[in-house]
Write a protein that binds this ligand. Structure first.
Ligand SMILES: [Zn+2]
Ligand SMILES: [Zn+2]
Length: 209
């Protein structure tokens, strides 16, 4: 399993203010980056769904979703498109985001086809915390080739002797008891779906480490 993305890395996950403009020439060899933001409110005023999100520095920015023209219902707010997945407190992930509409006194916004945005059921703050924790685990992992720690009791063993969570394939357990303990008392119930969403938002995340 490639490493968990380092969400605290400001080159890979820049702030809104440091994004290139939509009108800038971006060199083709620019390393891949993603804008991440925690959805804070829906402020859709037209047929384009628009959300205010908070970037990794806590600064707000507007994210406007471009929905396929064939699906837009004229005169309906948000174009009648189902944006119920964009829940308050969830993180949006926008690959290669650029700022549009920037002029004197206007910070602009990010406009992106809805299909390019991924949603993770956790805030940016939580993702940064999980990334920091995973960095420590990753360091240990590279020191002890082929060994893993049980997420519940912390016991270290050959990975082959532990069983892996089938939901996210990102944590390991000694046995059924530890798996139950890990799920309920050690917080994996909340994190399993986050790992799963991160795995699908960053399928080639090895390059992000
Ligand atoms: Zn255990
Ligand atoms: Zn899991």
């Amino acid at each position: 399993m490639p490493p968990f993305p380092d969400f605290a890395n400001s080159t890979l996950f820049p702030t809104f203010a440091s994004l290139p403009l939509a009108t800038d020439d971006v060199p083709p060899d620019t390393p891949p980056y993603h804008l991440i933001g925690t959805v804070s409110e829906n402020m859709t005023l037209s047929t384009s769904p628009t959300f205010i999100c908070k970037d990794p520095s806590g600064s707000p920015f507007a994210l406007t979703l471009r929905i396929p023209a064939a699906l837009v219902k004229a005169g309906v707010q948000g174009g009648g498109y189902d944006v119920s997945g964009f829940k308050k407190g969830f993180a949006v992930v926008v690959p290669g985001a650029r700022r549009s509409g920037v002029s004197e006194g206007k910070q602009g916004f990010v406009e992106v086809p809805v299909g390019e945005v991924k949603i993770i059921p956790a805030s940016v703050k939580k993702l940064i915390e999980m990334g920091d924790k995973e960095k420590v685990v990753g360091r240990k992992r590279s020191e002890r080739e082929g060994r893993e720690c049980c997420q519940a009791c912390g016991k270290e063993m050959e990975a082959g002797k532990l069983s892996r969570c089938k939901g996210c394939e990102s944590v390991w357990y000694c046995d059924k008891n530890c798996q139950m303990l890990g799920w309920s008392e050690k917080g994996h119930k909340g994190e399993c779906k986050v790992y799963r969403a991160v795995n699908s938002a960053f399928p080639d995340r090895g390059r992000l480490a």
